[in-house]
Design a binder for this molecule. Structure first.
Ligand SMILES: C[S@@+](CC[C@H](N)C(=O)[O-])C[C@H]1O[C@@H](n2cnc3c(N)ncnc32)[C@H](O)[C@@H]1O
Ligand code: SF4
Length: 409
C-alpha cells in the first residue's frame, strides 16, 4: 500500500465518501492497514506515476475512519518503482451538452403512478426558461420533459422556438393526447427534432386504467396525424419515438404495442420501464398496486421488457442509433467503473424551478447553488457539493434518496 492522502487532499479535498451512504452489498468492508478499522472501501481515480505516466481507472482505497487514501499493491505493481505524483478522481462527465428541463408539472391525464400529480402544479416562466438557456450556452440538446405534459404549457411553442433559434436541438416526451391538426403543424414548423409518445398498453381499456383520462385511439390517431403532416409537407423532423411503462398484467404486451405504434407512425424504440420502485415514489402508489413492486414481480417485468425489446429493435430504430445519427451525447445507463453499479449520466436534469437534481428521479432540490436560473452551468459543475455528489454517485456510494433505484442491489 502507498499512502496518497497528500496527493488526494491537494487535488480535491472535498471529494470524500458521504458520511451516510447506502450499504455496499457487492463488496465486503475493507480493512484499513493504517487505523486497523474495517471502514475502508474502493473508489476509482486516475493516478500519475513519475513525471508523466498516467494510469487510468486505478483502484484507490479510502478509509472513512482515519480519512486516509491508499493505493493497494495491485494498483502500482507494474510500474518499476515509479512513485505516484498526482491523482484525479473527477471521472464523471464534466462537460454535459444535454439538458432536460421540466416545462410544467400540469397534465391533462392523471396516471396513478405519476409523481407529478402530487407535485405543485406549475409552469416554468418564460423569464426563467430564457435565463436557463443564457446560463447554459454550451447546451446542444434540450429535452422539454418533466412530471407533466409539455404541451400543456401555454408558451410551449415559444420555448421550443427560443431554443431552436439558438441552434439547440429540442426533444420532448408527450402523452400524445394533444396532436390536433394545428398542433402537429406547429410541432413540425417549430423544428422539434424528436417526439416520444408514451403508450402503456395495446388494449384501449387497459391503457385507460393506467393512463387515467387518456384514450388510446386518440393517441394513435394523433401520432399518425403528426407523421402524415410531417411527410406530406416535406419536414424531416420530428422523428417519432415510443416509450412507456409496463406492469405485471401488461408485461407481455410489448410486441403488440410496438406493432400498433409502428402502424401509426412510430419509428424509434426509446425504452420501456417497470413501475419505479424508488422510495420517494412509493407513497403515491395505491395500495392495490404494491404487490407489483415485490422484487419478484419487478424482475419478471424487467425480464419481459429485456426479452421483447430485442424483437422491438427489429421493428423500430433504437434510440441509441438515433442519438449517434444526430450527434446527441446522451447515455442513460452510465459507464461502469468496474467496482459496482454507479451513476454517470451524461445529461443534466433540472426541475421547472431551474434546480438541477442528481437524476430525473430526484424531485427535491439538493442545493441552492445548483440552480440554472441563478448560476451558470460552469458554476454549478464546479460547486464542491455538486462535485462530491457526482464523485459518490460515480463510485456507487449512493445517498439515502437513491433508495429503491434499480442500480442499488
Ligand atoms: C413523467 S412522463 C412525462 C411526459 C408525458 N406526460 C408522458 O406521460 O409521456 C414520462 C414517462 O415516465 C413514465 N412514468 C411516469 N411515472 C412513472 C413511474 N412511477 N414508474 C414508471 N414509469 C413512470 C411515463 O409512463 C412516461 O413514459
Ligand atoms: S401523462 Fe405523463 S405527466 Fe401526465 S399524468 Fe401521465 S405520466 Fe404524468
Amino acid at each position: 500500500m502507498i499512502d496518497i492522502s497528500d496527493l488526494w487532499l491537494r487535488a480535491h479535498p472535498h471529494l470524500r465518501p458521504l458520511p451516510r451512504h447506502l450499504p455496499l452489498s457487492q463488496e465486503p468492508a475493507l480493512h484499513c492497514s493504517a487505523c486497523g478499522q474495517d471502514g475502508a472501501f474502493s473508489v476509482i481515480a486516475h493516478v500519475r506515476f513519475g513525471e508523466n505516466h498516467w494510469q487510468e481507472n486505478s483502484r484507490v482505497i479510502c478509509c472513512e475512519s482515519c480519512g486516509k487514501w491508499f493505493l493497494p499493491e495491485d494498483s502500482f505493481s507494474q510500474l518499476n518503482g515509479l512513485m505516484p505524483t498526482a491523482v484525479d478522481a473527477r471521472l464523471w462527465s464534466r462537460s454535459p451538452s444535454f439538458l432536460n428541463i421540466e416545462p410544467t408539472t400540469r397534465c391533462n391525464f392523471s396516471c396513478w403512478y405519476c409523481v407529478g400529480r402530487q407535485m405543485e402544479q406549475k409552469d416554468i416562466t418564460p423569464e426563467n426558461f430564457q435565463q436557463v438557456l443564457d446560463n447554459f450556452p454550451s447546451v446542444k440538446t434540450l429535452a422539454l420533459v418533466g412530471e407533466g405534459e409539455p404541451l400543456m404549457h401555454k408558451g410551449f411553442f415559444d420555448m421550443a422556438r427560443m431554443a431552436t433559434d439558438r441552434g439547440i436541438r429540442v426533444v420532448i416526451v408527450s402523452n400524445g393526447s394533444t396532436f390536433s391538426t394545428s398542433n402537429v403543424k406547429k410541432i413540425c414548423e417549430s423544428g422539434i427534432a424528436y417526439v416520444s409518445v408514451s403508450i402503456d398498453s395495446s388494449d384501449a381499456a387497459t391503457f385507460a386504467e393506467s393512463r387515467i383520462g387518456g384514450d388510446l385511439n386518440q393517441v394513435l390517431t394523433g401520432m399518425k396525424r403528426l407523421a402524415t403532416y410531417r411527410d406530406e409537407h416535406g419536414f424531416r423532423y420530428p422523428r417519432i419515438g415510443l416509450k412507456g411503462t409496463l406492469f405485471t398484467h401488461t408485461q407481455d404486451q410489448l410486441p403488440e404495442i410496438v406493432a400498433l405504434a409502428k402502424a401509426h407512425g412510430a419509428e424509434i424504440f426509446e425504452s420501456f420501464q417497470p413501475l419505479n420502485p424508488m422510495s420517494n415514489y412509493l407513497p403515491i402508489y395505491p395500495e392495490a398496486q404494491l404487490p407489483a413492486l415485490t422484487s419478484e414481480a419487478q424482475s419478471q417485468v424487467v425480464s419481459a421488457i429485456q426479452r421483447d425489446s430485442k424483437a422491438a429493435f427489429a421493428q423500430l430504430e433504437s434510440v441509441e442509433d438515433f442519438c449517434i445519427e444526430e450527434g446527441i451525447a446522451y447515455s442513460n445507463s452510465g459507464r461502469p467503473n468496474g467496482l459496482r453499479a454507479n451513476c454517470d449520466e451524461e445529461w443534466l436534469y433540472a426541475l421547472l424551478s431551474g434546480d438541477v437534481t442528481p437524476c430525473c428521479q430526484i424531485k427535491t432540490p439538493i442545493s441552492p447553488n445548483w440552480n440554472l436560473t441563478r448560476h451558470s452551468i460552469d458554476d454549478v459543475l464546479a460547486d464542491e457539493t455538486y462535485e462530491n455528489t457526482r464523485f459518490n454517485l460515480w463510485n456507487g456510494l449512493f445517498p439515502d434518496y437513491c433508495k429503491g433505484c434499480y442500480k442499488i442491489k
